[in-house]
Design a protein around this ligand. Structure first.
Ligand code: ZN
Ligand code: ZN
Length: 103
C-alpha cells in the first residue's frame, strides 16, 4: 500500500501537490503545510499528538515499472480539521514541549 498523498493542508486548506516540498505528515498521514506545522501547530499533530516529517515526493517519472505518481495516483479527498482553533491551541500548548520521541 502506498502512502496517501493528500491534496491539501488540513489547517489552512492550501493545495499541496504530490511534488510539494512544503507538505508535512505525521505517522498517520495527517497532512499540513510547513507554515502551519511551524507557526500554528508547533509540531503537534492536532489529530494524534505526534510530530511531523517532510512528506517524501513521489517521482513523476516511471523509473521502475508501476512506481510513479501517474500509476499510483494522489488522493483527491480534501481533509479538514474537526477541532476548533481554541481546542487545537490548548492541545498544542499541552504537548509541544515534550519531544516527539517521548510523547
Ligand atoms: Zn497550512
Ligand atoms: Zn496525526
Amino acid at each position: 500500500m502506498a502512502l496517501q498523498l493528500r491534496p491539501n493542508c488540513e489547517f489552512c486548506d492550501k493545495d499541496l501537490a504530490p511534488n510539494s516540498t512544503e507538505a508535512r505528515i505525521c505517522s498517520y498521514e495527517c497532512t499540513f503545510c510547513a507554515d502551519c506545522v511551524e507557526n500554528r501547530l508547533h509540531n503537534v499533530c492536532p489529530n494524534c499528538g505526534g510530530g511531523f516529517a517532510l512528506r517524501p515526493i513521489r517521482p513523476a517519472r516511471e523509473w521502475r515499472p508501476g512506481a510513479c505518481v501517474a500509476k499510483q495516483r494522489p488522493s483527491d479527498k480534501r481533509v479538514h480539521l474537526k477541532y476548533s482553533l481554541e481546542d487545537i491551541a490548548a492541545y498544542s500548548e499541552r504537548i509541544r514541549n515534550i519531544p516527539p520521541q517521548e510523547r
